[in-house]
Design a binder for this molecule. Structure first.
Ligand SMILES: Nc1ncnc2c1ncn2[C@@H]1O[C@H](COP(=O)(O)OP(=O)(O)OP(=O)(O)O)[C@@H](O)[C@H]1O
Ligand SMILES: [Mg+2]
Length: 224
């Protein structure tokens, strides 16, 4: 546990320094720049970096709250059909730009899950974001859900480079990035997914796949 803690702290220090360096350089550039248009452009870039730092800190709070057992989300019947559609929709323009196709196999008659809708949306958002990020142009991102006994199983898959079996567990650790650094990606997305899904009494795992990544998670279905 101590080694993990050290790794998390080192990751955190690193992930704070990178955007802070950008902020410092942009602040210096604004100070030195006489041209009004260029100043405004730098100021806009600076706000973008501040926003991404803000997201990183939100994610860290979210993780530490859940890990401290600070979970008092109200649970309700959640219809996955609508939630999946909404989430995939948020990536429509990014996917259109890359020529990525989407496939949704979530029946409107699927029994509802027993979950907190905002948290569940967060899980779907992080998984679809990863899928879209790792799928090459003209690839396919698909989301499917099915009932399995008293559980609902959801799957997000893509046609990207996939995740190696040796990284099966590590990708769910905070700050872990399998393919090295991606700008704007802290390596917290899957750690948050796992924390949220487990707090609901479900589980999340990397499923066997011959092509691309395939992440599955389960949640309890709503009590009758
Ligand atoms: N769909 C995918 N295809 C290939 N690799 C993936 C996929 N999803 C995740 N990974 C790998 O797992 C690592 C961890 O994913 P995670 O979502 O936790 O972090 P991230 O996407 O790098 O950053 P963040 O989600 O915080 O923006 C990624 O850096 C990537 O190497
Ligand atoms: Mg991610």
């Amino acid at each position: 546990a101590d080694a993990v803690r050290r790794e998390v702290l080192a990751g955190l220090a690193h992930d704070l320094r990178t955007p802070l360096t950008s902020l410092r350089l942009l602040a210096e550039a604004i100070e030195a720049e006489a041209n009004e248009d260029r100043r405004r452009r730098y100021a806009r870039q600076l706000s973008t970096h501040v926003r991404s730092l803000d997201c990183l800190i939100d994610d860290l709070f979210e993780l530490s709250r859940i890990e401290a057992g600070n979970v008092d989300w109200p649970l309700e019947h959640v219809r996955l059909h609508e939630l999946v559609e909404e989430t995939v929709d948020a990536f429509e323009s990014t996917m259109a730009m890359k020529g990525i196709e989407t496939q949704m196999r979530v029946s409107a008659s699927l029994p509802p899950a027993w979950a907190n809708p905002e948290k569940l949306q967060r899980v779907l958002f992080n998984l679809v974001q990863n899928a879209v990020r790792h799928t090459p142009p003209h690839g396919l991102v698909s989301v499917a859900a099915e009932a399995k006994g008293a559980r609902i199983e959801v799957e997000v898959r893509d046609t990207g480079e996939g995740i190696g079996a040796s990284e099966r567990e590590r990708v769910f650790e905070p700050f872990y990035r399998a393919g090295g650094e991606t700008p704007g990606a802290a390596g917290l997305g899957l750690a948050i997914c796992r924390a949220i899904v487990e707090a609901h009494g479900g589980s999340i795992w990397l499923a066997e796949s011959s092509r691309g990544a395939r992440i599955r998670f389960s949640l309890p279905s709503a009590p009758p």
